[in-house]
Design a protein around this ligand. Structure first.
Ligand SMILES: Nc1nc2c(ncn2[C@@H]2O[C@H](COP(=O)(O)OP(=O)(O)OP(=O)(O)O)[C@@H](O)[C@H]2O)c(=O)[nH]1
Ligand SMILES: [Mg+2]
Length: 349
């Protein structure tokens, strides 16, 4: 899973990236060069995995990891700069729009006022324009091919014509209710506005304490403060956060939102002395979940032995006892994996 921080320049992306990933990347008052990207890893904390690990006592416990990209800031009316940035966020699964919420005249900004909702709309607009340009080019090329008598994918063309109208009316593509088969036709074009996205306002301490943006449905984060707290010894972090009125660290809030908008759930495996969490899209079947672990397990799939988390705890992780009690379920390849399932895949290669 990969998420990318994006937004206008000097909105505080790198500051928030530092707070998220506990790094010390230098921030600056000047626009970051368009091709510069910082990368970090977020570990998806999960109390259930910790509990399973306590019971099983494996050699290794592996949490889900999310790759996080901090990209350069967009600049209005600078398409050549922005296009380079778009290349960097192209393969992200979800976008996080970092919106400037702090007032500080010594940090230049491209707008005269601080207005996170406006910035969100402006970013959407930039991305809509980029997708629209891509669609227009694609339609033109396909129409030319058709004119020359070449066979084109008419189904794709149909979807593109529909999406073009959506974009022209100012709608990001994620708001269109496309069917899975329609998405399949246009997936290769990797539209920016089809990616799930959410907004995070980067505020200063004063605005944070005054809950200045509480009426807008974005996460509100005090980037500088949290990045400083993350530098403290681990055991002091949560008491410092609490003292500042912050209920959980930014990484937890962002991961939670990312799971929600991507519609992801987690399941667990216990294999070869390793307890491990995996993320998958809600609705994924056992066969595809097996493939996430290894293509051999998918190819040689026989069955999935499934225990839900609460049942696992009720037998203190004793699989034999679970079997005796009849709570260990045997499921086939079409079983829809549920959040918190502990799965043992049986397979033959
Ligand atoms: N006063 C104040 N300054 C902040 C705050 N958050 C970030 N800054 C400053 O704003 C400047 C830009 O911050 P960055 O985190 O580098 O912003 P960015 O969005 O990554 O900028 P680009 O990479 O150029 O797009 C730095 O000087 C930060 O110290 C804040 O809450 N209050
Ligand atoms: Mg930056």
């Amino acid at each position: 899973m990969k998420i990318a921080l994006t937004g206008f320049f000097n909105s505080g992306k790198t500051t928030i990236f530092n707070a998220l990933t506990n790094q010390k990347v230098e921030t600056s008052l000047y626009p970051t060069p368009a091709d510069k990207v910082h990368k970090g890893i977020l570990q998806v904390e999960d109390f259930r995995l910790r509990k399973i690990s306590e019971l099983v006592k494996p050699k290794k416990t592996t949490f889900v990891q999310i790759e996080c990209l901090d990209t350069a800031g967009l600049i209005r009316d600078n398409p050549s700069h922005n296009t380079k940035i778009i290349k960097e966020i192209m393969d992200a699964d979800a976008l996080i729009y970092i919106l400037r919420g702090f007032e500080d005249l010594s940090v230049p900004y491209q707008f005269n006022t601080i207005d996170p909702q406006r910035d969100f709309n402006e970013l959407e607009y930039e991305f809509i324009m980029i997708d629209l340009e891509l669609i227009i080019k694609r339609i033109e090329r396909m129409a030319e091919q058709r004119k020359k008598g070449q066979k084109i994918n008419e189904k794709e063309m149909e979807v593109l014509e529909f999406l073009k109208e959506q974009l022209e009316s100012g709608q990001p593509l994620r708001k269109t209710q496309l069917k899975e088969e329609q998405i399949t036709q246009i997936r290769h074009l990797n539209f920016i506005t089809l990616k799930p996205a959410f907004g995070v306002i980067n505020v200063d301490e004063k605005s944070f304490n005054e809950k200045k943006f509480k009426d807008i449905d974005f996460l509100t984060i005090c980037g500088i403060l949290e990045s400083e707290i993350m530098q403290l010894p681990e055991e002091e972090i949560s008491s410092f956060l609490n003292a500042m009125g912050i209920d959980e660290p930014i990484s937890k809030k962002i991961i939670k939102r990312a799971y929600e908008i991507l519609d992801y759930i987690s399941f667990f495996t216990i294999l070869n002395q390793e307890v491990r969490a995996w993320s998958i899209k809600k609705g994924t079947k056992a066969l595809q979940a097996a493939g996430k672990i290894h293509s051999d397990i998918q190819r040689g799939f026989i069955r999935a032995e499934v225990l839900c988390y609460d049942d696992f705890i009720s037998v203190s992780g004793d699989m034999n006892l679970a079997k005796q009690k009849g709570i260990l379920r045997v499921e086939g390849k079409d079983y829809e994996v549920k959040d918190g399932d502990i799965i043992t895949f049986r397979f033959k290669v």
